[in-house]
Design a binder for this molecule. Structure first.
Ligand code: XMP
Length: 318
């Protein structure tokens, strides 16, 4: 019978056997998967696990510092690298979703590679890949439909790094990953976190990306997510976020006409992200959240709620 405890025991033992005294590098994303993978490896090999947490400038508001502090509290050997400017530079002028993903993937690899080279004699690259990542990336890259979305966190690093790959969560679904984390007393906030895409807010800003758009979306997202928590709705939602639309619409403020940005809110229920239903959030919640966003976030005058299911819509808009 599969239990989180037995999984942890067996995995830690297998990792110790496999890795011996080797050094391992792992990229933390702030998400549940990479964090649980790190905890397992930390349990198995301690300080021989070198974690790197890259700020791509496309994370949620305050996320980089908050999560970095949390990782340090967990005793992980982690280095935070703020590469926001490098990512924004690479994204300048790009508006095609796949080109944005590729640019982010490329810069991520460059930054990660630079950092990994600082660690002498590293032999392994650990990844928090879970089962749905494996099947979704096989089905999207292999089929005639070419790439639907190139999830940049699957596929690993270029050959020249010559690292062997270790993926302790490869056979697990998300809910199992969460149970494994819980059985290791992982912090509730980290454990209950909604999934967040590797390219982050870049694929929630439709069209081209600027620092100003990132800032606006971070503010909108912080109100939305903050309110979900305040209303105790966060844990009933599988994933939520805000999308900055590439349209302006007319509004009115006092006796002035405005012509400002529109944001969409998205909240879904799912078990593995492969199918999803939109969440029936209370009207009063939507009403308060919409008012708060429009009042607080300069440059936004309209909020809409996405009521599309996957399929045929996807969770992200890009
Ligand atoms: P979609 O939009 O395909 O999303 O329904 C399914 C799940 O995957 C996440 N997602 C990504 N994750 N890199 C990632 O690491 C990506 O490029 C990417 N695109 C989508 C999405 O947030 C959802 O959880």
């Amino acid at each position: 019978d599969w239990t989180p405890q037995s999984f942890v025991e067996e995995t830690v033992e297998a990792l110790q056997k496999k890795l011996g005294n080797d050094r391992v590098v792992l990229g933390l994303s702030g998400g549940v998967d990479s964090s649980v993978a790190a905890m397992l490896l930390h349990k198995a090999i301690g300080k021989n696990l070198y974690c790197i947490f890259v700020n791509n400038g496309l994370l949620r508001k305050n996320e980089f510092q908050d999560v970095l502090d949390q990782y340090k509290d967990m005793g992980l050997n982690v280095k935070g690298v703020d590469a926001s400017a490098r990512f924004l530079d690479a994204l300048a002028g790009l508006s095609d979703p796949e080109e944005k993903r590729k640019a982010i993937g490329r810069v991520f690899i460059e930054v990660f590679d630079d950092e990994a080279h600082e660690i002498s004699d590293v032999k392994w690259l650990a990844q928090g890949t879970i089962y749905p990542d494996v099947i979704e990336s096989v089905s999207v890259s292999g089929g005639p439909s070419a790439t639907i979305k190139s999830h940049h966190n699957v596929g690993g690093l270029p050959d020249f790094m010559k690292l062997k790959i270790v993926e302790p969560l490869k056979a697990l679904f998300k809910d199992e990953v969460r149970r494994v984390g819980a059985s290791m007393d992982m912090d509730k906030n980290l454990l209950g976190r909604h999934p967040f895409p590797g390219p982050g807010l870049a694929i929630r800003i439709l069209g081209d990306i600027t620092a100003e758009k990132v800032r606006i979306l971070q503010e909108v997202d912080a109100v939305f997510i903050g309110n979900l928590k305040k209303w105790n709705l966060y844990d009933n939602v599988w994933q939520a976020g805000a999308i900055l639309l590439p349209v302006n619409s007319v509004g009115v403020m006092g006796d002035e006409r405005t012509y400002e940005k529109c944001v969409a809110l998205r909240a879904v229920e799912s078990t593995d992200g492969m199918t999803a239903d939109w969440v029936n959030l209370p009207y009063e919640f939507l009403q308060k959240t919409s008012n708060e966003i429009i009042n607080k976030v300069k440059g936004v005058n309209r909020v809409v709620y996405d009521i599309s299911s996957k399929p045929p819509a996807t969770i992200e808009w890009e």
